[in-house]
Design a protein around this ligand. Structure first.
Ligand code: BEZ
Length: 211
């Protein structure tokens, strides 16, 4: 069954570069980003893993744990990790799941047989502290993902979970936001005493509340 937004992220145990993990236990009360890679020793994946290692402090700041997956075994991952540190300048600093039997890839529907029947596509699942799946992305093998976008959407979700706002097109942290349509003007006055810009009754722009 396909995983949909709002579903509980399937739990699993798996071997990783940091030992065996039990996924839900490993997540604890953090947010999580689970992302798959087609294969070890592939160029695009090498750059993505180096970039994620570089951005680890940004994920930590947001209380987000990151974990990668590739269908190769742990000893291969560990050899590849050396190349990642050497070529990207940022050694692997988060676990990489080994999934040679496709247990986790199948659970998360990361193999799309009409694209490739053995390798995973570039999937991303963002999971909140209640273990609900909050975002799903699927990219082809030939296109590296934009990890700034992953941080941006985490910022948006953490902000909109806390305040009655939504974030507009191309929003980034600090930009103005939108008051959710379900909030009446009367209630909005209590939440946003500084007022807002009413472009339409349903499009009310307000300064970003504190995160
Ligand atoms: C890569 O990560 O570079 C890659 C993997 C599979 C197909 C194409 C590129």
């Amino acid at each position: 069954m396909a995983i949909r937004l709002g579903d509980t992220a399937p739990d699993f145990t798996a071997a990783t570069t940091e030992g065996e993990i039990s996924f839900h236990k490993w997540l604890g009360d953090s947010w999580g980003v689970l992302f798959s890679h087609p294969k070890d020793f592939t160029p695009v994946c090498t750059t993505e893993l180096g970039e994620t290692a570089r951005l680890k402090p940004e994920f930590d700041k947001r209380k987000v744990k990151v974990i990668g997956l590739s269908v190769d075994p742990v000893d291969s991952h560990k050899k590849w990790a050396g190349d990642i540190g050497e070529t990207q300048g940022h050694p692997l600093n988060f676990p990489l799941i080994a999934d040679p039997d496709h247990k986790v890839s199948d659970l998360y529907d990361m193999i799309h047989p009409n694209a490739n029947n053995t390798l995973t596509v570039r999937s991303v699942f963002i999971i909140d502290p209640s273990k609900k799946v909050r975002l799903i992305l699927t990219y082809p093998a030939s296109t590296g993902r934009n990890f700034q976008e992953i941080l941006r959407v985490i910022d948006s979700m953490q902000l909109t979970d806390k305040h009655m706002v939504a974030t507009p097109v191309n929003w980034k942290d600090g930009d103005d936001v939108i008051i959710v349509p379900s909030l009446s003007d009367e209630d909005a006055k209590k939440r946003f005493p500084g007022g807002w810009k009413p472009l339409k009754p349903y499009l009310r722009i307000v300064k970003q509340p504190g995160r």
